[in-house]
Design a binder for this molecule. Structure first.
Ligand code: PHE
Length: 464
């Protein structure tokens, strides 16, 4: 959260911190939003689900559906001064809405364990670059060997989780956020540099085209499903985070404008990451379909090859993975923090106990995900590795339900008017008509599509 926050009293009588202004708010949300989702997840999904057509679908969804949901969650949070469970209860005590609040609150608790497994992979790569293993990391089977070797990935995962938990205990979250404000611009500069390098490799131009130019032949339903899941993930929608951040937001901050800025920032970084990774895939494999389908391992396989082929590759590797690590850490901390505050508020636990509980959940579920490529290799949940399963469960099944709950809360219980009034407290609501249309029609339709497709996918009726 922004270093420059203040505390005010809310109507609950408890002190509640607020961001000091729009910049503080935008930076805090962007700091949480920019993470592995942008640098690791977005490029591999774009590579897998059709390149330019995925990008186009993503942009359309973000500007319409995503926009309406961010505005809604932020406004509901600011109106009620509560995180999701409380915000839902403030409007309705009925069971479906209680569950709606809870599902929003549980999602970050399920994401942070496997998020930390990937955080662990990043720490391992950073460590290897520091040891000068630039060429070793670029070997073809290095990554697969690492994640399947039994306990190595587990150890790095535990290390990453330990840092997250220690930070939560120490409560130095604000300090970390401040560091990330310096690191984010550095990440952008490095990303521009690496993307420039990657795009100018022989054969890379095909990759740039694949990523930027929509080809309708590559379109499938799963493009929409994946793009929607990614939009939730990357913008931290449908996981209670924006309710909480909204509850810290001052009344005079322009919700529409800050939403637009967060979207631009987050998407900008994701696109840069796409331009780093996808052209490199084409340069190093000629756009081999198997490599494009690589999935979660893409960043860990292609980026080391780029670095190994360039001068100062070791330095670039250290910088790159250090910055990814910082982006991942700040996001993991805010995910875990959201879990901790839910435990504190709803279960009445002390901060200390709530943190221990979150830590236990992280270690248990995370270990299963980390070992799922090694000793637990035989465990497959609906055909997926454990890590992929948690990713699928949260992004493709739970988040649509959470988003649907928010839509219904806005349209059926709170009323669109209340949200509009909240937004208008600070400024004219420029896209009011669009907003109402999206919430009433577009969002529920999109959500039903994604849910049905995900379920059809589970039963094998359509393939991802
Ligand atoms: N949006 C983050 C990312 O792209 C993930 C995240 C979600 C972080 C929710 C914090 C809260 O990596």
């Amino acid at each position: 959260m922004a270093g420059n926050e203040k505390t005010t009293s809310s109507h609950t009588g408890k002190k509640r911190s607020t961001f000091s202004g729009k910049l503080g708010y935008v930076l805090a949300v962007a700091g949480s939003a920019v993470g592995l989702g942008n640098i690791w997840r977005f490029p591999y999904l774009a590579a897998k689900y059709g390149g330019g057509i995925f990008l186009l679908t993503y942009l359309i969804l973000m500007l319409t559906f995503g926009y309406a949901l961010i505005v809604s969650e932020t406004a509901l949070g600011r109106m009620t001064k509560k995180s999701p469970v409380g915000a839902f209860q403030a409007f309705s005590e009925k069971l479906p809405f209680k569950l709606g609040g809870w599902i929003n609150a549980v999602i970050p608790m399920l994401i942070v364990p496997y998020y930390s497994v990937i955080g662990g992979w990043v720490v391992k790569y950073l460590f290897e670059y520091l040891r000068g293993g630039t060429q070793v990391l670029a070997q073809d089977d290095y990554f697969t060997g690492f994640i399947s070797d039994g306990i190595s990935a587990e150890v790095w995962f535990l290390l990453f989780s330990l840092v997250v938990i220690v930070v939560l205990f120490a409560g130095v979250k604000h300090g970390v956020e401040r560091v990330s404000k310096v690191m984010m611009p550095l990440l952008v500069i490095l990303a521009v540099f690496v993307a420039g390098y990657s795009m100018t490799r022989p054969g890379a131009l095909e990759g740039v085209k694949y990523f930027l130019i929509p080809n309708f032949e590559n379109f499938s339903w799963m493009t929409v499903v994946a793009a929607m899941g990614q939009m939730f993930y990357s913008l931290s929608i449908a996981m209670g985070i924006l309710y909480t951040y909204g509850s810290y937001m001052k009344k005079e901050v322009d919700i529409e404008q800050s939403t637009a800025q967060v979207e631009i920032f987050d998407t900008g970084i994701a696109m840069l990451a796409g331009l780093m990774i996808i052209p490199a895939v084409f340069a190093f494999s000629g756009g081999d379909p198997d490599t494009l389908q690589a999935g979660p391992s893409l960043m860990f396989i292609t980026i080391p090859k780029v670095f190994a082929s360039m001068g100062f590759g070791t330095g670039a590797g250290i910088m790159f993975f250090l910055l990814v690590l910082l982006a991942a850490l700040t996001s993991a901390i805010s995910l875990a923090e959201s879990g901790v505050s839910t435990f504190e508020d709803q279960l009445g636990l002390s901060r200390h106990k709530a943190t221990v509980l979150m830590g236990v959940i992280m270690v248990l579920l995370g270990s299963a995900s980390a070992l799922g490529f090694g000793v637990l290799d035989f465990v497959k949940v609906i055909g997926m590795s454990i890590l992929d399963f948690f990713d699928f469960l949260t992004n493709s099944l739970m988040m649509p339900v959470a988003a649907l709950a928010t839509c219904l809360l806005v349209t059926r219980v709170a009323g669109l008017d209340q949200v509009i009034q909240e937004v208008e407290q600070s400024s004219r609501f420029k896209r009011k008509k669009m907003y109402c249309f999206f919430m009433k029609y577009l969002a529920p339709i999109c959500i039903v599509i994604i849910l049905l497709s995900s379920i059809a996918n589970v039963f094998g009726w359509i393939t991802m």
